[in-house]
Design a protein around this ligand. Sequence first.
Ligand code: SAM
Length: 512
Amino acid sequence: LAIRGRLGLHFDVDKLSLLGEILGRRAEANGHTPTSYIRAIEARGEADGEIGTLAEALTVTETYFFRNAEQFRALVEVVIPSRTPTQPPGSPLRILSAGCASGEEAYSLAMLARDRPELAGVRVSVIGVDVNPSALERAAKARYSSWALRETSPEAQARFFHNDGREFLLDGEVRASVTFQRRNLIEDDPAFWRPGSFDVVFCRNVLMYFAPDTAQAVVTRFSRSLVPGGFLFLGYAETMRGLSQDFHLRHTHGTFYYQKRDSTNARGYEIFDQGFAALPRDLPPPSRYDSSSSNHGLVRDGLDQSWIESIRHSSERVESLTSRAQSDASRAARLDVTKRARERPSFDLSRVVDLMRQERFGEAGAVLAELPPESTHDADVLLLRAVLLTHGGDLAAAETLCREVLMLDEMSAGAHYLTALCREDARDRVGAADHDRVAVYLDPSFAMPRLHLGLLARRGGDFGAARRELVEALALLQREDTSRLLLFGGGFGREGLIALCRAELRSCGAAS
Ligand SMILES: C[S@@+](CC[C@H](N)C(=O)[O-])C[C@H]1O[C@@H](n2cnc3c(N)ncnc32)[C@H](O)[C@@H]1O
């Protein structure tokens, strides 16, 4: 708890003995007993030097130049053009690299500013902050191994680095354009985090080490200090789901990032869907998902039908999915609304879920229809309605409801997955795959969008991609939440879905 309070770091149970060892060593080195050491850590101000030493021992500082290059491309091609017309001429683009480690991310941004013609004439100021003093010392020296340059193009290496023995020294001008500060992200500092201080924040591969409440507080700080419409980039394994509703999700260049809401960027999904439609997105070319493929369906019981047709025809008994008690306990997990939405007064939907489990879909719909009028603004209720409409085959109405859910909660993985089914039904395989990918990004443990991506790829003849998705889906299905299977499994039980996955894998050439 002391470490969480001072550094925000969260340790899983299997890491606790390692943490204990490190703390024990530090207590001894400081002439403390373990108890008095923890007290000293908790007492703010007293042990600040020690917090730095602990940060060195406990944080992961792995990084390299131009890590996740797609995000840098999105910065150049989306962020810069979206911003410059609204800013006073000559004002710099202020970028924060939060959790900058030894500086590679901050310096990559500075190099980009010098390198890309799109940025000619845009003044860029980059500030890197980190809690780890020795990482910051390395940043200040700007001397790197070839390993740190593994994603740096030969041209950029030649232009911005000088060989010095086996190391590479960064060009002085680039170094001078970045400033570094020691700063603990979990500590507030109103002067530093004042409103409108930054246009862009990169905070990649940092939040993943924080406890959820700490991550939420840090994201709130980013939100406060970003200009309206400013951008936030997180690491690949990190999402804003459950942390904040202040941002729109953006998906271009094969990557995800966030834009702070403001009065001009209309509510979420509209912009995601339309405003950015012309930009390159993480999609296979349409031809690969063309519905003209002869083997265009889901193989099951000799049928070759689309997933949504399978849902309609499914004869698997939903009762086999789950025990009753389990499902009621985890309503929030299966409906995947954000924490904030969960905190709103909500409606008791256990009866609806029970009826669905018994395949009494009509009655479940009737119970939903009797809920008070304010339920029409509840993401859970709307999502359940969309599930029922999908079961009933009214995909157009289901998609409209999913849109409403996404207006309330842009990060609803369930609504994106259902939208994928609706898009497929509308013969929009590209849109279907896109929404599946968003669902996978938002909730990497969600098996159904993976399975659906596998089916789409197999139908499009891309057997390699199909195998990759199906293998992932198979692993996820073994541990998927039973209640979520009830809602999104299309009437198939876990065993049925696993069998389907295996059959699909065989049909695209995988050894069973
Ligand atoms: C894995 S590195 C990420 C480096 C870079 N952002 C990237 O993605 O390549 C994580 C960094 O976060 C820093 N960090 C962890 N907790 C922090 C905190 N409370 N305040 C500031 N930095 C922190 C660590 O010291 C470490 O340098």
